[in-house]
Ligand binder design. Structure first.
Ligand code: FAD
Length: 317
């Protein structure tokens, strides 16, 4: 079922979770161990992230180096199919531009369609680790809007081979990313908003946001989206803060601000266990306020912390 159908049929705020594929070499059991404690909350759907390959240097016997491409977390499509089979819950695979040709994307979409997966979250992706700027695959997409157009084309029965006649029309429900605190490359919030509007006008069915720790930023973002004529559902992305290190790491990686009051509480903590308690309580309060405001779905980035998310969700249901 599509994410938008879940939202349309819901009587109350829904819950969804986001997971990462395990590192290469690990078994799918690590996914079940991660998700099992969360399934009691009947998530409407589960997102699975996509990870591009990274460039690594491998030392040869003669001391010189080979540049090799390694994908550390493969398996998004397989994990989505396994989740749907194992839990009978919808899965939402992320699709990224970075590192993919249009043909590879088309083949992935064909696989997803054959597997009965109705949803995709389309994203640009970031530059590989150790590189500063995002560069598109020579035969790929530069922006999420272009990837979105490819999915929309397939939904209209248009494949890359122009002379292919009568191709089936896929029916993907398409999500895109939004940034309450602005995407880090955008010159300002309005320019970023204009591109977000372009994604929605281009066929995006809903928006999932980057994590934020200050609900006001989210509410202001939703208001700005509505002023700009964006009417699709906007789903907040929520992440628990569980260590003191994250107070500086998360702003650096995800370009988000930590509210004063929250940062001060975390700084007072003596151990990471204390930080986890403060982070859990903060996320419970954020979730309660968002739920009270009638937000359609609370989307939790579980990122290795299913127990904390379990505690948060059980406090708000
Ligand atoms: P875009 O919408 O393409 O925007 C990128 C930048 O370009 C923005 O600054 C925008 O303002 C600008 N822009 C957009 N369109 C144009 C245009 N036509 N011309 C000029 N400028 C333009 N990354 C992963 O690798 N894997 C994942 O699974 C993943 N999941 C994510 C899930 C969520 C909910 C979020 C919020 C992010 C996720 N990311 C993931 C990270 C994401 O790929 C990065 O934030 C990336 O830098 C931007 O992706 P985007 O889809 O928002 O890009």
């Amino acid at each position: 079922m599509k994410v938008t159908e879940h939202i349309a049929q819901a009587k109350d705020t829904l819950i969804s979770f986001e997971i990462l594929p395990p590192l290469k070499g690990k078994s799918i059991d690590s996914i079940w161990e991660h998700l099992d404690p969360l399934m009691e909350f009947n998530p409407a759907y589960i997102n699975v992230t996509y990870h591009r390959s990274e460039h690594m240097f491998k030392k040869r016997a003669d001391g010189s180096f080979d540049k090799v491409e390694i994908r550390k977390r493969p398996g998004t499509v397989g994990i989505c199919a396994a989740i749907m089979n194992h839990y009978k819950v919808d899965a939402v695979p992320h699709l990224i531009c970075g590192g993919f040709s249009k043909e590879e994307t088309e083949n992935a979409l064909i696989d997803l369609n054959f597997l009965g997966i109705d949803n995709v979250l389309v994203l640009r992706g970031d530059a590989p680790k150790n590189e500063t700027f995002f560069e598109a695959h020579p035969n790929g997409h530069r922006y999420a809007t272009e990837l979105l157009q490819q999915v929309v084309n397939m939904n209209n029965g248009m494949y890359l081979e122009e002379d292919l006649q009568g191709g089936i029309k896929t029916k993907f429900c398409i999500g895109v990313a939004g940034y309450p605190e602005k995407h880090f490359e955008a010159p300002n919030l309005q320019t970023d908003m204009n591109y977000l509007k372009k994604k929605v006008d281009g066929g995006a069915d809903y928006i999932v946001t980057q994590m934020f720790f200050d609900n006001k930023k989210f509410f202001d973002f939703v208001a700005k989206c509505r002023e700009n004529g964006i009417t699709v559902p906007i789903i907040p992305g929520l992440k628990p803060l569980t260590s003191k290190k994250q107070l500086t790491v998360l702003p650096r990686i995800f370009h988000v601000d930590m509210p004063d009051e929250f940062a001060n509480e975390v700084l007072k903590c003596k151990t990471d266990k204390d930080v986890e308690l403060v982070g859990t309580e903060w996320l419970i309060q954020q979730s309660k306020e968002l739920k009270a405001a009638g937000i359609p779905v609370l989307h939790y980035y579980t990122l290795g912390k299913p127990k904390v998310v379990q505690q948060v969700v059980s406090s708000i249901l």
